[in-house]
Design a binder for this molecule. Structure first.
Ligand code: URA
Length: 252
């Protein structure tokens, strides 16, 4: 969000708005390295570097963590060249600029964490932490037990095997079937491609849990703030996995 330069300087606690106007007039304020003497200039301090009286104007933003039940028909990128709706437009009332942790396809629904805590986002997304993601997927036709076993063992996608997955069959029907698939990797379109690899086209995909955070009864399009215990649980899962991997290595 763009704001007037003098307002940003004042809001950051550097000086009063009037004093900020004096700094601007005196040529003591720069934006992205260029001195600005124009009073009404609008600036986005999160993107542009503002220096006032030799002080870098920064805000220590409150860390925000939310779990969104993403509906179909939203992109998880921050802008879309095709002009499709963006998930962050659903976060009414959140002033901070939050980013999705990982991605969900345009057509995929379900659990999506968004935060402005880059460190946590990186940690829980990193493949070495092996955070589990659970999906409920409706596929065309009825996969056989052999096909399910293949999914569980790993299938080849673009020349590389997927890691073992946990698969439960919820419903098997002639026309379509519903499976629950839990994976810890995050390859592009992974679940859709895994289903395709066993010969069953995915017609509906919902992520029901990210780590141990379940969607629960959160309605589609709505979000909830994550509590400290939610965060502790998810980071603990990640850490534990890393530790147990090291232990396993040592045992080998
Ligand atoms: N796997 C997919 O194929 N799509 C998603 O959106 C998430 C996982």
């Amino acid at each position: 969000m763009k704001e007037r330069l003098q307002k940003i300087i004042a809001r950051a606690g550097i000086c009063s708005r009037r004093a900020a106007e004096t700094l601007i007039r005196d040529g003591k304020v720069s934006v992205d390295g260029e001195v600005v003497t124009e009073m009404g200039m609008k600036v986005d301090h999160r993107i542009q570097k503002v220096i006032a009286d030799r002080i870098h104007v920064r805000f220590t933003e409150k860390k925000v963590y939310v779990l969104l039940n993403k509906p179909e028909g939203y992109v998880t990128t921050m802008n879309d060249p095709q002009g499709r709706p963006i998930v962050t437009s659903l976060l009414k009332g959140i002033k901070e600029r939050v980013y999705p942790v990982g991605r969900l396809d345009f057509e995929t629904k379900g659990a999506l964490i968004l935060t402005n805590d880059g460190e946590l986002a990186q940690r829980i997304q990193h493949p070495s932490f092996e955070v589990k993601k659970t999906y409920v997927v409706r596929v065309q036709g009825a996969p056989t037990n052999d096909a399910i076993q293949l999914l569980e063992a790993g299938v080849e996608l673009e020349g590389k095997m997927t890691a073992p997955a946990q698969v439960k069959v919820y419903r098997r029907g002639k026309k379509d079937s519903v499976l629950e698939i839990t994976i810890h990797e995050g390859r592009k379109h992974q679940v859709r491609k895994m289903c395709q690899a066993i010969g069953h086209h995915c017609v509906e995909l919902t992520r029901t849990a990210y780590g141990n955070l379940n969607l629960g009864s959160l309605p589609s399009g709505k979000f909830r703030y994550l509590s400290t215990s939610d965060l502790t649980r998810i980071t603990k899962t990640a850490k534990k996995m890393r530790v147990s991997k090291r232990v396993n290595k040592r045992r080998k």
